[in-house]
Design a protein around this ligand. Structure first.
Ligand code: FAD
Length: 278
């Protein structure tokens, strides 16, 4: 289908983008376009103004932030996957960025777009949640920081307001003591996850400290698997046994809700096993 008519503006800076957002109630930001353009073509989204932020090089960077790594919102998945700083200090993030879609998607899609889109089937939101990452959201009034745990509100719903944009994402550096894994179950290579699991913890005295496990496509937002986290921390033999507790998975062409529950239980076990081998 052909999108409904819209006006188009190229933002020349972050402040220009926020100014343009203030001009029109139903304006939409365009970053990589890999999630928005399909919605426009199906007419599920009908903004009267598209604000192209895709050329804002000031938002495309990876920086050493001391204890964390700062990632500009316009950083493409391909760049995240191949950035030496991310590979060294948070290999979970670079590994997962390299699993997104296909090369074309990874060369266009951005981390800011992936988070702001709020799709519970996306990979990076669950990783941000497991890592207790932070997201900077900018408006004409300034910058506010939102924890990943407070960012995802529902299907395609996030903490980003109509006149705001995501500008930076921060993830902690992992030390040599950290163990991690990302398990993505999909029907075909390059598909979205039917279910995905991110697992990260710090090795300590033969066990682990601060275990974090998050789930993709098991509810309206990425979810922490709290029962499994406790089981992993306690050294239980099957930490995935109750991984689906507190989840509300969808049924769709990739799998029924029951199938997803089963997958979550199996994949959490696998993710923990794999993490303990890193
Ligand atoms: P856009 O499509 O430009 O925007 C998406 C939404 O976010 C829009 O509402 C837009 O207004 C808003 N937005 C964009 N940037 C900002 C910002 N900085 N601040 C505020 N709002 C903003 N993703 C996965 O995680 N895993 C996959 O396996 C996967 N497979 C894919 C396969 C295909 C064939 C396609 C087309 C996409 C796939 N994706 C997958 C999605 C891909 O990662 C998208 O690129 C990403 O979700 C959105 O990023 P974008 O830069 O393209 O955003």
């Amino acid at each position: 289908m052909i999108p409904a008519p819209f006006d188009y503006e190229v933002a020349e800076s972050v402040s220009h983008a926020t100014e343009l957002l203030g001009d029109r109630d139903d304006a939409k930001l365009l970053a990589g376009g890999h999630s928005l353009l399909p919605l426009l073509r199906l007419r599920f989204a009908r903004p009267s103004l598209l604000i192209d932020i895709g050329r804002l090089s000031e938002l495309s960077y990876v920086r050493d932030g001391g204890a964390s790594i700062a990632i500009g919102a316009l950083t493409r998945h391909h760049d995240l996957a191949n950035d030496p700083l991310v590979q060294e200090h948070n290999p979970l993030v670079s590994h997962v960025a390299g699993l997104i879609g296909d090369p074309q998607v990874r060369h266009r899609g951005t981390i800011g777009g992936s988070l702001a889109h709020g799709d519970p089937a996306s990979d990076l939101p669950a990783v941000l949640l497991a890592l207790d990452g932070e997201i900077d959201i900018t408006s004409s009034g300034g910058v506010r920081t939102v924890a990943a745990a407070d960012f995802f509100r529902g299907v395609f719903e996030t903490a980003v307001g109509a006149e705001e944009l995501v500008t930076e994402v921060r993830v902690p550096k992992l030390s040599g003591d950290h163990v991690w894994s990302y398990v993505k179950f999909r029907r075909r290579a390059q598909d979205w996850a039917t279910v995905g699991v991110a697992a990260v913890a710090r090795r300590s005295n033969g066990g682990v400290d601060a275990p974090a496990i998050s789930l993709v496509s098991m509810g309206a937002t990425p979810l922490r698997a709290r029962v499994s986290e406790a089981a992993w921390g306690a050294g239980e033999s099957d930490p995935g046994a109750a991984a689906d507790e507190g989840t509300d998975p969808p049924s769709d062409t990739n799998g029924s809700a029951d199938y997803r529950r089963h997958l979550a239980r199996v994949l959490v076990g696998r993710a923990v096993e794999e993490a303990m081998r890193t």
